[in-house]
Design a protein around this ligand. Sequence first.
Ligand code: PBE
Length: 297
Amino acid sequence: MKKLVTTLTLLVVVAFLAATVSGCNNESGEQAAKGAKGKLIGIEPGAGIMKATEKAIVDYNLDFELQDSSSPAMAAALKEAIDKNEWVAVTGWTPHWKFAAWELKYLDDPKGIYGGEEHIATIVRQGLKEEKPEVYALLDNFYWKPADMEAVMVDIEGGMSPDEAARKWIEENNDTVSGWIPAEAGEKGETTLGYVEWDSEIASTHVVKNILEDMGYQVEAIAVDAGIMWTGIGQGEFDGIVSAWLPGTHADYYAKVEDSVENLGPNLEGAKIGLVVPAYVEIDSIEELNDVKDKFQ
Ligand code: PBE
């Protein structure tokens, strides 16, 4: 009898210890999961979409961190994840060649942090109209569709240089382009365009650059950071930019220079920014991200 009691006691103690140990394991496992944040793959720090994503992390209370990178590195991370069939979330925008390359979707944004439909505007420095009326008129007339921009981006992604892709688009859309060129020729000279090396802006800026070159101008397309592009146009260091994402994405930048530039209005309508995931990712909204954050590490 005594032996049985001892054995039973031992069993209970062993069972208790086992439960405690496995309980500890679970707990520390959970703690590790709690500690590790999910990650969102970002682009260049100055981009409006980066600021919007920092705000999304706060407003949706996301247990995620945003990683700075570059537009090409973002696309490479997306490709790598898709090749492995893994979940990934990137700061994404339309128009962009990635939507032609893969099946992707925007996560719903019920709080509207990323804004609604955006347009891309052309902004010129003060005095351009008087000093280079022909350049001003061409910039004012430049207006194309998301599918046009995407075609140029797809060619660049396929290996063409930005100038080659722009030339191809200009040749294929000669009638449209001729309609943008002012009838009255001006005195030729130099002109400068500022832009950021986002895929969309590489495409638009090189199209405009090549048209101006065909018109007889020497064009310098100067790649800079977003902040420098905006202060540059505000201070008249560039003649124009075709890369202003409004009303939301570049609202802060625009507000600072609004009074010292001329806004020539949209050159493209139907743009959008947000968090983009492969279509196979099994959530649809930013609000669901925390529930599946371990899939985004
Ligand atoms: N983008 C592309 C830019 C504007 C053009 C969406 C990455 C941005 O977020 O500022």
